[in-house]
Design a protein around this ligand. Structure first.
Ligand SMILES: [Zn+2]
Ligand SMILES: [Zn+2]
Ligand SMILES: [Zn+2]
Ligand SMILES: [Zn+2]
Length: 209
C-alpha cells in the first residue's frame, strides 16, 4: 500500500529464512518489519494474509508481536501497542491495528520489551537505557525498567499516556462515578456505539505529533 519498503538489516524470518523488509509509512508514521513470504502465506492459524511481524504470533521470533508487543491499544479494541525497534533514538510505539503512534523516550540508547509484566495492568515492562547526558532519572542512573502505563517515570516520557490521562474522557476506574441513572438505559435506540464521541477525534489528533 502507501509506504516505502527497504531491506531490514539482512535479518531473516526464522520460519522460512526469507529476508525481512521494513515497511514504513514515513518518518511521522509507523514502521514495522515484515516477511515477504509470511505476508502472503500466513504462518499461523490466527494470522491473516497481509500481516507483518507486528501481528505475528511466533512465540520466540525477536520481531514478532509476542516479543515486541507491550499492551492493549488505548484507542481501539483489538490492537496491541508494539515497540518499533528501528525507531530509536526517537522511539516509537505503534498500534498494530489503528493509527495510534506514541513517541517516547527520546534520546534513549536502547529500549527493550522485557519478559516481565506489570502487576497492575499486565502490560509488558520496558527496559530503557537512557543517554548519560540526557537521562531523566535521578542521580547518575541511566537504566530504568517499568510499565509505560503505570510507572511514574515513564508516564512523563510517553506522550500517549500522558495525553490520555489528562483527558477526562479517557479516565475510568474507581474514581469515576457511575450508576446515577438507577439502571435506566439512557442509550437512544439506533445508536449502538455511543462510545466514540466526536470530541475523541480531537483528543486523538493530539497524539499524532
Ligand atoms: Zn516468514
Ligand atoms: Zn517473525
Ligand atoms: Zn489501536
Ligand atoms: Zn502497568
Amino acid at each position: 500500500q502507501n509506504g516505502t519498503i527497504k531491506l531490514y538489516k539482512e535479518l531473516r524470518c526464522p520460519l522460512d529464512d526469507f529476508e525481512l523488509v521494513l515497511w514504513s509509512s514515513g518518518s511521522r508514521g509507523k514502521s514495522y518489519p515484515l516477511c515477504p513470504y509470511c505476508y502472503n502465506h500466513p504462518p499461523f492459524r490466527d494470522m491473516k494474509k497481509g500481516m507483518g511481524c507486528n501481528e505475528c504470533t511466533h512465540p520466540s521470533c525477536q520481531h514478532s508481536l509476542s516479543m515486541l508487543g507491550i499492551g492493549q491499544c488505548v484507542e481501539c479494541e483489538s490492537g496491541v501497542l508494539v515497540l518499533d525497534p528501528t525507531s530509536g533514538p526517537k522511539w516509537k510505539v505503534a498500534c498494530n491495528k489503528c493509527n495510534v503512534v506514541a513517541h517516547c523516550f527520546e534520546n534513549a540508547h536502547r529500549v527493550r520489551v522485557s519478559a516481565d509484566t506489570c502487576s497492575v495492568c499486565e502490560a509488558a515492562l520496558l527496559d530503557v537505557d537512557f543517554n548519560k547526558a540526557k537521562s531523566p532519572l535521578p542521580g547518575d542512573e541511566t537504566q530504568h525498567m517499568g510499565c509505560v502505563f503505570c510507572d511514574p517515570v515513564f508516564q512523563e516520557l510517553v506522550e500517549l499516556k500522558h495525553a490520555a490521562s489528562c483527558h477526562p474522557m479517557h479516565r475510568s476506574g474507581p474514581g469515576r462515578r457511575q450508576g446515577r441513572g438507577r439502571g435506566r438505559a439512557r442509550r437512544p435506540p439506533g445508536k449502538p456505539n455511543p462510545r466514540r464521541p466526536k470530541d475523541k477525534m480531537s483528543a486523538l489528533a493530539a497524539y499524532f505529533v
